[in-house]
Design a protein around this ligand. Structure first.
Ligand SMILES: Cc1cc2nc3c(=O)[nH]c(=O)nc-3n(C[C@H](O)[C@H](O)[C@H](O)COP(=O)(O)O)c2cc1C
Length: 240
């Protein structure tokens, strides 16, 4: 279960159990080649299910990464209906994303180089665009973030759909932070119920929490508070 209470379910799919035709049918449009394993993430359909899926699946992905395994979040470029069959998706569940699991190739393919350029991968927005000390978006500097500097940095370097980095954080006090989504409305809603940028927010919550716990900092995510600032962004949750 994620922080908002939606039930999540994961399944590992092993490709060499299947024949050639089936592997083709499950296509990832040439993005992923040679992967033998995929992790499929399903979530119960309810409010903030995308955040729950992002949060829990990123924990699995972080663990895999720490073991030296390669992964890649896929929420767009995979054949959802074919993968849905493989996890026996029920009527009240959604399948927001999958990731291949394997050893990353040493050399990047031309397609990967192109896509990374397209998404401006590796590049991340500066602190001043992401972290603020009030609703007027006065930037929070790394120095001002004190103990939480590494925690915010862990959010900043995280993955996001098309590398849009829609996470915004307002610091209320030394150990109180509010998380918002700066939504690209058309982009976020183009896949029906799969709100891809809300998955990004779950990923951010997971990175924030993992870093805070690692550093022994106090607090946890509270998901039932009112938005304290009433900004034009979508309020997600507060750390305190
Ligand atoms: C929720 C989510 C969905 C994504 N969906 C796709 C996808 O469908 N296809 C793809 O090639 N990459 C996908 N990505 C990967 C992002 O494009 C990538 O994480 C981002 O460009 C940052 O790249 P970097 O982590 O290599 O710096 C997705 C990432 C996230 C977080």
């Amino acid at each position: 279960m994620g922080p908002f209470g939606a039930k999540v379910r994961f399944r590992i799919l092993k490709f060499d159990d299947m024949d050639e035709k089936e592997i083709k049918r499950l296509g990832t449009y040439g993005v992923i080649k040679g992967a033998m394993y995929f992790i499929l993430g399903a979530v119960e359909e309810k409010p903030q299910a995308m955040e729950d899926l992002g949060y829990t699946m990123e924990k699995i992905i972080s663990k895999a990464t720490s073991l030296g395994l390669g992964t890649c979040w896929l929420a767009g470029t995979f054949r959802r209906s074919a993968f849905a069959e493989k996890i026996e998706l029920t009527d009240n569940e959604l399948l927001p994303a999958v990731t291949p699991l394997g050893f990353a190739a040493e050399k990047r393919s031309t397609l990967e180089k192109m896509m990374r350029r397209g998404a401006a991968s590796k590049k991340r927005k500066p602190w001043s665009d992401l972290f603020f000390k009030d609703a007027s978006r006065n930037p929070l500097t790394e120095k001002e973030a004190g103990n939480f500097k590494q925690v915010l940095e862990a959010v900043r370097i995280g993955p996001s759909a098309s590398n849009r980095q829609p996470w915004r954080i307002i610091r209320e006090s030394e150990d109180k932070y509010h998380l918002y989504l700066e939504e690209s409305k058309i982009y976020n809603r183009m896949m029906g119920k799969i709100h891809i940028q809300n998955i990004d927010m779950g990923i951010a919550m997971s990175h924030f929490e993992l870093a805070a716990h690692e550093l022994g900092l106090p607090g946890s995510w509270k998901v039932d508070l009112e938005d304290p600032y009433h900004t034009d962004m979508q309020y997600i949750a507060s750390w305190c």
